[in-house]
Design a protein around this ligand. Structure first.
Ligand code: ADP
Ligand code: MG
Length: 592
């Protein structure tokens, strides 16, 4: 239960709704009691009238009184209904507000957490916290709290009135009720357990189907549709079995409920009948108590239901708290304005990914001055992308120092620094939106951006010709993650993004790899056009992308092997020169 304490701040925030809700519950419960009293009176009057069956005037009086009572009963029921409406309008509305706040709190937390957190947690898990788990917590905040208050108030008032009416009969009536709530608790737990199993099977099924759609090209090209069909049938079969097992328990719920409340009514009629026969009570007590049993049924049933709601909410809130209590290891502490002035420098930087036993970068030192171009060259796995992550402070080096304008990267305004960087990641991510919006992504005043400037950026990325061939040109929707684009088009969209942002620092992580050498050199020219006032980092496996840079770093297995400009490295006549000669020959043989 202590996990749920996190939510108290929200109850405090919505204390007015909460209090109004509780008052509504109390008033609704009070109005519920009165009709039972009138039914009793009415029954007694009918019994008396039966004895004097011939007397006209008693009949007349009976009609009048019964009419008056019906009016009261209807009136009280309407009032009760009104306050039950208020109860839902306050407590359920409060729970929706809190759900909204909690989702925002979790989302904000997610945004603040670093890449290490995202490496350790699956997307599905993150989604569950913010949807399923919050949903379960809401069931506690709304329905569970509402029914608990209703339970306490209704039971106290009803049982108090019952004891006032007849002590013996009250005891008899109450006996089956604890059995009812315990049974409901067990049945409900069983239902929820099976529902959970169904839920997790369903999510397996969904991701299976999702994967097979996104991988449909591979599936078709391997001709293994039948295999996937069989797999799906198997999974659906399991899903069906789980649904059927739930249906079995579900079907037990209402019969059990009706049996146990029926039992209570039976006891009332039997024991009450004896009392009436002995002349200790009037006959009206029987319908009165039957009505009390009905009134108690729902609150008592809800004990079982509410307990399992609370159990689940505790489990969910525990998982949510785990995330809310995670501290980002990379945090911005400096909020002063920052403008890149001078240089980026790595000093003896070593970085090892969590769970790896060898460093991705080992003792790396280099420096880029403002306005210069740096090329980083190396095979896959040599640590190039890791460098970009370190420059953006998505990762933090275990040893060594990264200096921006001579200041340690952990002491500068991270937000402001990142805003000065145009980063084209190796794995481009596009949104299912128009190509125009994808290019303008991340620009603060994207709405005011003219089509001209978007076109301009796309031209610099050699993309405009391709876009003009599309059905709706810049308004063309590019499908989920850009499925309608080729690899090279995706890369160039991301490059256009960087151009339009027009930041002082540009980083291209293997961004030209899917392009032919001609397009590559056109884009490189456009990149170099920006050179005077920009600091540019170009990462590549191809010498052709690197050779015109002011400085070239050559990496192998996380180690910086050679650095210098093209001429210097050729003179060195070592690894870079080898690569250059190999790729030169390869390019020649391809163009011949
Ligand atoms: P490059 O960009 O040159 O291909 P990377 O910087 O991506 O190289 O990778 C350098 C090394 O770090 C590789 O050995 C790779 O397996 C490892 N690595 C990269 N990303 C991760 C990650 N997210 N988690 C664990 N290891 C990683
Ligand atoms: Mg890489």
């Amino acid at each position: 239960m202590k996990e749920l304490k996190t939510l108290n701040k929200y109850f405090l925030k919505y204390k007015w709704l909460f209090s109004a809700g509780i008052i509504s519950v109390v008033i609704a419960s009070i109005f519920q009691i009165y009709p039972a009293k009138y039914v009793r009176e009415a029954t007694n009057l009918v019994a008396i009238a039966l004895k004097n069956a011939t007397n006209e005037s008693t009949h007349e009086a009976l009609y009048n009184t019964l009419f008056k009572f019906s009016f009261f009963i209807i009136g009280f029921s309407l009032l009760r209904g009104l306050f039950m409406y208020f109860m839902r309008q306050t407590l359920v509305v409060m729970s929706r507000h809190i759900e909204y706040d909690l989702k925002n709190e979790i989302y904000k937390k997610y945004q603040s957490l670093d890449m290490e957190f995202y490496r350790q947690n699956q997307t599905g898990d993150l989604m569950n916290r913010i949807s399923d788990d919050v949903g379960r917590v809401r069931m506690y905040i709304g329905p569970a709290v509402m029914y608990t208050v209703n339970l306490i108030v209704t039971c106290s008032i009803t049982i108090y009135v019952m004891f006032q009416t007849n002590v013996m009969l009250t005891w008899y009536t109450l006996i089956p009720l604890p059995i009812l709530s315990i049974t409901i608790f067990y049945v409900n737990n069983l239902i929820e357990k099976r529902s959970d199993a169904i839920q997790s099977k369903l999510s397996d099924l969904t991701s299976f189907v999702q994967q097979s759609f996104s991988g449909i090209r591979v599936i078709k090209s391997f001709g293994i549709e039948k295999l996937f069909e069989a797999d799906l049938r198997q999974q659906s079969e399991e899903y069906k079995a789980k649904q059927l097992s739930l249906a079995k328990v579900d079907a037990l719920f209402f019969p059990t409920l009706f049996f146990l409340t029926g039992l209570s009514s039976l006891i009332v009629i039997f024991a009450g009948g004896l009392l009436v026969a002995n002349g200790q009570e009037d006959i009206g007590i029987i319908p009165e108590f039957v009505m009390y049993v009905t009134m108690l049924t729902w609150p008592v049933t809800s004990i079982g239901w509410v307990s399992s709601l609370v159990q689940r909410a505790v489990a969910s809130q525990t998982r949510i708290n785990e995330f809310l209590n995670t501290e980002a290891s990379i945090k911005n502490t400096n909020f002063e304005p920052f403008e890149f002035q001078d240089s980026i420098e790595f000093k003896n930087v070593t970085f090892t990914y969590v769970g790896k036993n060898y460093p991705a970068l080992e003792n790396v030192s280099f420096k880029i001055e403002k306005g210069k171009t740096l090329a980083i060259l190396g095979n896959t796995g040599s640590g190039k992308s890791t460098i970009t992550q370190l420059i953006l402070r998505m990762l933090e080096a275990q040893s060594g120092e990264i200096l921006i304008d001579g200041k340690n990267i952990s002491n500068i305004n991270l937000q402001a620094f990142r805003e000065q960087v145009g980063y084209v990641p190796q794995d481009v991510f596009l949104f299912s939106d128009s190509i125009k919006n994808n290019i303008a992504f991340g620009i603060k005043n994207a709405k005011e951006l003219s089509l001209k400037s978007i076109e301009n950026a796309s031209t610099k990325a050699s993309l405009t010709e391709n876009i003009m061939a599309m059905p709706n040109q810049f308004e063309t929707i590019i499908g989920e993650r850009g499925v309608t684009l080729s690899g090279g088009q995706k890369q160039r969209t991301a490059i256009a993004r960087a151009f339009i942002k027009n930041p002082p620092i540009l980083i291209f992580d293997d961004s030209l790899s899917a392009l032919d050498t001609k397009t590559e050199s056109t884009i490189l020219e456009n990149i170099y056009q920006e050179k005077q006032n920009k600091t540019i980092v170009i990462i590549s496996q191809r010498v052709s992308s690197a050779k015109n840079a002011d400085a070239i770093l050559f990496f192998e297995n996380g180690k910086l092997m050679e650095q210098g400009n093209h001429e210097e490295l050729l003179k060195l006549n070592a690894k870079y020169a080898d690569l250059f000669n190999n790729q030169l020959n390869y390019d020649r043989s391809n163009t011949d």
